[in-house]
Design a protein around this ligand. Sequence first.
Ligand code: GDG
Length: 471
Amino acid sequence: MSGDNDFVVVANRLPVDLTRNADGSESWTPSPGGLVAALTPVLSANEGCWVGWPGTPDASPEPFHTEDGVLLHPVSLTEADYRDFYEGFSNATLWPLYHDLIVSPVYDRSWWESYRDVNHRFALEVDKVAAEGATVWVQDYQLQLVPGILRQIRPDLTIGFFLHIPFPGPDLFRQLPWREEIVRGLLGADLLGFHLESNAANFLDLLRHVSIPVEGTARTREVQAFATGGDGRRVGVAAYPISIDPSSLGHSDEAAVAQRRGELGDPATVLLGVDRLDYTKGILQRLTAFEELLESGALDAQDVAFVQVATPSRERLEEYRRARSEVEEAVGRINGRFGAIGRPVVHYLHQALPKRELRHYYSAADVMVVTPFKDGMNLVAKEYVACHPDGSGSLVLSEFAGAAQELTQANLCNPFDSESVKAAILQAIQGLAAHPDVMAQRMSVMYEQVTTHDVDAWANAFLSSLRDARR
Ligand code: GDG
């Protein structure tokens, strides 16, 4: 079966929000994020279609066109799919395995069967909408079998795959009971993209380990490495570091910044963390480091405020509940020890803020603290930098975030070592006071990097390699 769309993006989620209307009816409205913004021009220019789950179990809205002419084509997931494919195999098996076992992955055959089944259904939906010879771009760890299934049912397609999270070393990946199927699934693509050369190198090492022929070395934005697919096809492998759409962050001004700082009690220094509440992000560790700095007297609670926005995420999973309760216990303890009536020292929000509100906090923060144990890229770090065109502010960044490869002027730290996190926070605060010119110069270098390597550049680089891959 084939449809009319020459360019198809397949992702776990459709870029839509469910709106409940006053009369009780429901409608779906497009919700543009970075990836959608980057791909909309390509989608609009090519009879584009986005295939994905609308985000609510058991909902099956009709396909519809956005204002830009992009067809949104929903894939329906049941409550059981959501539990086994999404929460189970994707987020309690693959997510911890690919993030280097920060918690132990659970290997459950029924979750795997659901993952296989859902991947199959996604591929069948792509088959319905993709025109003869179309280009299909599959996104992320939830859909690693889709390239292989599509290759079998639609050999006419050009297939790209991009992994948004890290790819682990072969010794970790080999734990996975269904490792051969995942590798076969990925090798159905013509081009495999990772954030970093080291992620791509891990994948190539894995192939060598299982005697799949590989040539060349993984490079950034150029395809210099090839794996061999089951049918002898060459599969390009390269790194494409993702980035942000700076224009999507909107604007802030002095009044908005002054208002936010005023609400915090006008402290000398505002520190900020913004994350999904995920155990990979090191939220507890950064709060503990902050607490130790208060305890030792290196920081004075009168002078500082720490704003932590922790967006709710995967809340039914045990490890996420534990991470949340540990973070909330730490917030309570730190405020109990160092706060005053009407003046907490940690301002904690467990809610998603509108992007424009996030923008004001990014602009208002003197020090952004980004301390994941492992992160494919980390867009928050790049968003903060993009909100400081004047060179103000300072970034504390984990060495284990993909973004650290590009944002080398940040105050880098090892999140496994609390002394290192504390030192980086102090360097950032003291650097702003003692050497503002040096700090501004460092921030400007990072600003230049982020704004010249934006999400458009990322999408164009990947799609240009994908075009070359099938020539
Ligand atoms: C995965 C990989 C990789 C957060 N809180 C709010 C909010 N956000 C937005 C941020 C940012 C995005 O969510 C988070 O992106 P990250 O990259 O930091 O992290 P993950 O969600 O884990 O993303 C990661 C990414 O995919 C892309 O490939 O970089 O490594 O793990 O844009 O601004 N947005 C709003 N309110 C919030 O409260 N509106």
